[in-house]
Design a protein around this ligand. Structure first.
Ligand SMILES: [Zn+2]
Length: 428
């Protein structure tokens, strides 16, 4: 008989979008969640669940908040070792810090070391699923997938393709980019909990020929995600304009090569023109907001409210290591702060939804991860809402769960993460 585990605590489940109507109406609280065979089998009161499953192993979490593990849909795991590098803006940041570090990932041992370090750091912060850029080296993809597979994690990643404007040793070609991406995709996509994402870094580092080859590969494998960057900084947009003089705008450099679609993930998307917004919405493409990166690199203020109200699909991500934290709590805090600068404070329900359900939707995985409902995979984070004295004194006076959780969103870190469950197993 399958092992059953009953977690008791304050269980947070979403039944709709907190961006429609009262943000608190989209959430439900339960007293327990029953895990069986790596999946969520039941939710309910502690009394009912104990009665229905008398043989379940019980884990008591008291007033801790049990919710879906965080989903981080835009990261660069190879930038783990250069996070918080000082003083550059996007293009200089890539040349000064990113490219020299990414050069090392042809070495499988180094790639494995960083992949494991990254997955340890993020699990400690409660993140259970992520979508990562790798480097141009197939070894970097192999290392990441192998590390995630050994932990039973649901992850997405792809070989980052670049065939120009990158240093020697960090360039492929249109053909080798296509061939290596296809081989990795065929080997890994759909194996255990691993998925492949076709990954041109961004238009400035790919020739039209490479973008065309990536578009062809996506057309051949339409069930895959495609991830890239879009309109992060104004200097970058000018550069794209000079590299693609025929294009209508930045988005068009993807669109004309078959790289715009509902399974496309577009990181940043800050300085969008009206045509770009319209096309992204028509195609139901995913926009990934990376707030700590946007402030750290000085990129700009994402229009969360305007884009969501217009019907865009939006996820929330760290953008490690352009982002300055591995923590999705810190990322939610930064999203809150950017919302404030744009005159719209996000409700705690909206912040938690963005970092779980919203991000899972961008990965087209909302039926598997990112929420605590029956049938979902049991990837959970257990948050201690009184993890430091400063947070505890705020939580003690809270009238409801939102007041109780907001200080943890704003001030919490890995000390707030009491436990992490991956596919129904407690992470040691
Ligand atoms: Zn990025």
């Amino acid at each position: 008989m399958a092992q059953k585990t009953l977690l008791k605590g304050r269980v947070l489940s979403f039944n709709g979008s907190p961006f429609k109507g009262d943000p608190t109406d989209a959430a439900e609280l339960h007293e327990g969640v029953l895990i069986e065979d790596g999946h969520i089998a039941a939710l309910g009161t502690a009394h009912d669940l104990s009665k229905a499953y008398p043989d379940a192993e019980v884990k008591e979490y008291g007033t801790h908040l049990i919710m879906a593990g965080f989903v981080d849909p835009h990261v660069h795991y190879p930038q783990t070792a250069i996070i918080a590098s000082w003083g550059k803006r996007l293009i200089d940041w890539l040349n000064s810090y990113t490219f020299p570090e990414e050069m090392k990932f042809g070495d499988p041992a180094y790639a494995a070391e960083i992949a494991n370090r990254y997955l340890n750091l993020t699990a400690a912060h409660g993140t259970t699923t992520m979508c990562s850029f790798c480097t141009i080296h197939p070894e970097s993809v192999e290392a990441f997938f192998a590390a995630a597979q050994s932990r039973g994690q649901r992850v997405v990643a792809g070989k980052t393709c670049m065939d120009r404007n990158a240093p020697e040793g960090l360039r492929d070609t249109a053909q080798t980019g296509y061939d290596q991406s296809r081989a990795l995709l065929e080997k890994w996509h759909g194996v255990d909990r691993v998925s492949y994402a076709i990954t041109p870094r961004f238009s400035p580092t790919s020739t039209p020929e490479q973008l065309e080859a990536m578009g062809a590969l996506w057309a051949e494998h339409p069930d895959c995600l495609m991830q890239t960057h879009l309109s992060e900084q104004t200097d970058e947009i000018e550069w794209v304009r000079s590299l693609f003089p025929e294009a209508r705008d930045y988005l068009d450099t993807y669109e004309q090569f078959g790289l715009l679609g509902s399974k496309g993930l577009y990181g940043h998307a800050i300085h969008l023109e009206d045509r770009e917004r319209d096309r992204l919405r028509e195609m139901d493409a995913a926009l990934i907001h990376c707030p700590t990166s946007n402030t750290f690199i000085g990129s700009g203020l994402f229009d969360m409210n305007g884009l969501i109200q217009a019907g865009h699909k939006v996820g929330l991500a760290t953008d490690t290591g352009g982002g300055s934290s591995f923590s999705m709590l810190r990322t939610m805090a930064a999203a809150y702060e950017i919302g404030q600068l744009r005159g719209r404070p996000l409700h705690p329900s909206q912040l938690l939804w963005l970092g779980t359900v919203g991000s899972a939707r961008t990965l087209r995985m909302e039926d598997r991860v990112g929420n605590v409902t029956v049938g979902m995979e049991a990837d959970l984070v257990v948050l201690n809402l009184a993890s430091t004295p400063a947070i505890a004194q705020r939580e003690a006076g809270a009238d409801d769960v939102w007041e109780a959780v907001f200080p943890t969103i704003m001030m919490g870190d890995d000390r707030a993460v009491a436990d992490v469950w991956i596919a129904g197993r407690l992470r040691e």
